[in-house]
Design a protein around this ligand. Structure first.
Ligand SMILES: NC(=O)c1ccc[n+]([C@@H]2O[C@H](COP(=O)([O-])OP(=O)(O)OC[C@H]3O[C@@H](n4cnc5c(N)ncnc54)[C@H](OP(=O)(O)O)[C@@H]3O)[C@@H](O)[C@H]2O)c1
Length: 273
């Protein structure tokens, strides 16, 4: 990645959802690439990685719960107060879940909690951290998805939460253009993580075309260091994103619905028999 020198500019990072998948891969990549600044991780379970030579702190928090987020602010404030004075701050909003199936997929409680996690928690945490980010300068990385560019029947609420993140990130980045804070909307396609199983798929559907979390983490961090506003991973993902933006959304919704139903819902039903 050749980013060691660039990571030296950072005084600390806040990373959500580093207990598995992409978040874990991003923290490991930061450390592997020489990022030696303190990192605070936030998720329900504690990450398994150990870097005894570096300063790592974990706050256990269910980010789908607004009161729980408020209750972890004192620990984050202590973390921020201990950082060296002259470095940038990095916020990676990565925690997220999906829900697959006919609407209302599982039940509304689960969908509401997904909206709270994928959308409200990101806005909540970012707005609380804004004064620190503006004082120090730095970067916000919001992990959206390739699903953000199009309607996604059978993943309808999930896709809409990721579309929110894409559009909000771009708008926020524009508002912060002169304030020394860059915002990246990371929009990966399928990645080989626990995501598909926890979203309700019966087996991993990312095996054929999915990327490894390490590869995607490296791309996200490199784009963040370059100050890019949006990341799609590779030519095919970029082409799909451009293509859907050129065609009528109604067509895309129909095509996407047929594809997702045929490729996924049928397999899911077969496996339940
Ligand atoms: N995998 C893909 O194909 C793919 C593609 C595009 C975008 N993404 C996005 O990438 C992000 C990371 O997902 P992943 O693929 O790495 O899946 P993952 O391995 O399942 O990781 C999800 C992370 O989110 C955390 N999380 C879940 N519920 C939470 C809650 N209520 N409060 C706090 N943290 C919570 C989990 O930690 P705890 O369970 O310990 O709380 C875990 O660390 C998500 O935003 C996802 O939408 C994934």
């Amino acid at each position: 990645m050749n980013a060691v020198r660039r990571f030296e500019e950072y005084a600390g990072a806040i990373v959500t959802g580093a207990s598995s998948g992409l978040g874990e891969a991003m923290v490991k990549k930061i450390r592997d690439e020489g990022g030696d600044f303190p990192i605070i991780t936030i998720s329900r379970s504690e990450p398994c990685f150990h870097y005894p030579e570096y300063s790592n702190k974990h706050v256990s928090c269910d980010l789908s719960n607004a009161a729980a987020i408020n209750s972890c602010f004192p620990a984050i404030k202590d973390f921020l107060d201990d950082l060296r004075l002259d470095g940038k701050l990095l916020l990676i909003n990565n925690s997220g879940v999906g829900a697959y199936g006919d609407f209302p997929e599982d039940d509304f409680i689960k969908l509401g909690s997904m909206i709270d996690l994928n959308v409200r928690a990101v806005v909540h945490l970012t707005s609380w951290l804004m004064p620190y980010l503006e004082t120090r300068g730095g970067n916000i990385v919001n992990v959206s998805s390739l699903a953000a560019f199009q309607p996604t029947p059978y993943l309808s609420v999930y896709g809409a939460t990721k579309a929110f993140l894409l559009h909000w990130s771009l708008s926020l980045g524009e508002e912060l253009r002169t304030k020394g804070v860059k915002v990246l909307a990371a929009c990966p396609g399928p990645v080989r993580t626990n995501f598909f199983r926890s979203a309700g798929f019966q087996r991993r559907l990312d095996n054929v075309s999915g990327r490894e979390p390490d590869e995607v983490a490296a791309k996200i961090l490199l784009s963040m260091l370059k100050g890019k506003p949006v990341l799609t991973c590779g030519f095919v993902d970029w082409f799909l994103a451009v293509l859907v933006s050129r065609l009528p959304l109604g067509w895309i919704a129909r095509l996407s619905g047929v594809t997702l139903r045929r490729l996924r819902l049928n397999r899911f039903k077969e496996e339940r028999r």
